[in-house]
Design a protein around this ligand. Structure first.
Ligand code: B12
Length: 210
């Protein structure tokens, strides 16, 4: 089954066509994971070349982003499979990082798997993130990082958690700027290849403790 037509529709920023193509794939038996990793992620990689200082077409990027969001809504209709809450996750893009398409996909995938997500949004300070984790008794902190300048902040999260008596919280990192690094170099518990990989890691830990 080819995802090529979906890729083309996404790249054109054609929301309606993208939703139709995604539906065609789902009806043909394609799993949501394939659609995210083979279409959405690949298209955004291609767009990356256009999101540089020299070449920056904001409208085009926003249209593609809108089409991605619409496809995700179609794949995981709001509230659908979220029957049980398997443990709270606090999720954010850190201060200085305004990218949130990937973060929102992570939120959708985790929610669809019955994992409760507290979304601290984008451009989130470490203080706000850790306060939310404490307040909501989170078991995981999930960080989405798209620009490399957030790496020093990521490295501080575990230490700040420990200092506030939250040493049991697992920190999961993901996103294009973080996934090339090792967990050790980022000082986190796990670096996810994609949203589904991160969800599997969280589910395994939650299920082992039930
Ligand atoms: C879309 C985009 C934008 C949009 C963001 C819209 C939005 N609402 O998110 C806009 C136009 C606003 C933007 C702005 C900028 N951008 Co930009 N942008 C991109 C682009 C093209 C795609 C990013 C994206 O959405 N990917 C798609 C998603 C689905 O992928 P993803 O985030 O990796 O997420 C998947 C997985 O990684 C995973 N995941 C993600 N996070 C997490 C977290 C956890 C816990 C888990 C488990 C999994 C997980 O789940 C997702 C699905 O599997 C990238 C190119 C690229 N190759 O990444 C550049 C890119 C990230 N941008 C870049 C830059 C430089 C900028 C700007 C500074 C440009 C400028 N000249 O002003 C600004 C401002 C950035 C800032 N201060 O934050 C650079 C970053 C370079 C770097 N390494 O630091 C990139 C790489 C482009 C490039 N080739 O240079 N950008």
């Amino acid at each position: 089954m080819s995802v090529e037509r979906l890729r083309e529709a996404l790249l054109d920023g054609d929301q309606n066509r993208a939703v139709l193509e995604a539906k065609r794939l789902v009806d043909g038996g394609a799993p949501g994971e394939t659609i995210v990793t083979e279409a959405i992620e690949k298209v955004m990689e291609q767009l990356g070349a256009k999101c540089t200082v020299e070449q920056f077409n904001l409208l085009e990027i926003m249209l593609v982003g809108r089409a991605v969001t619409a496809v995700m809504k179609g794949l995981f209709p709001e509230g659908a499979p979220c029957a049980t809450v398997k443990g709270a996750v606090v999720l954010a893009s850190l201060e200085g990082d305004v990218h949130d398409l990937g973060k929102n996909i992570v939120k959708t995938v985790l929610t669809a798997k019955g994992i409760g997500v507290i979304d601290c949004g984008k451009d989130c300070s470490l203080d706000k993130l850790i306060e939310a984790a404490k307040r909501d008794n989170a078991r995981f902190i999930c960080i989405s990082g798209l620009i490399t300048s957030v790496v020093p902040q990521v490295r501080r999260v575990k230490g700040l958690c420990l200092a506030r008596g939250l040493g049991q919280i697992r920190v999961v990192a993901g996103g294009a700027a973080l996934k090339q690094s090792t967990a050790q170099s980022l000082n986190v518990d796990y670096v996810a290849e994609n949203a589904f990989d991160g969800a599997r890691y969280i589910e395994e830990i939650v299920e082992a403790s039930l």
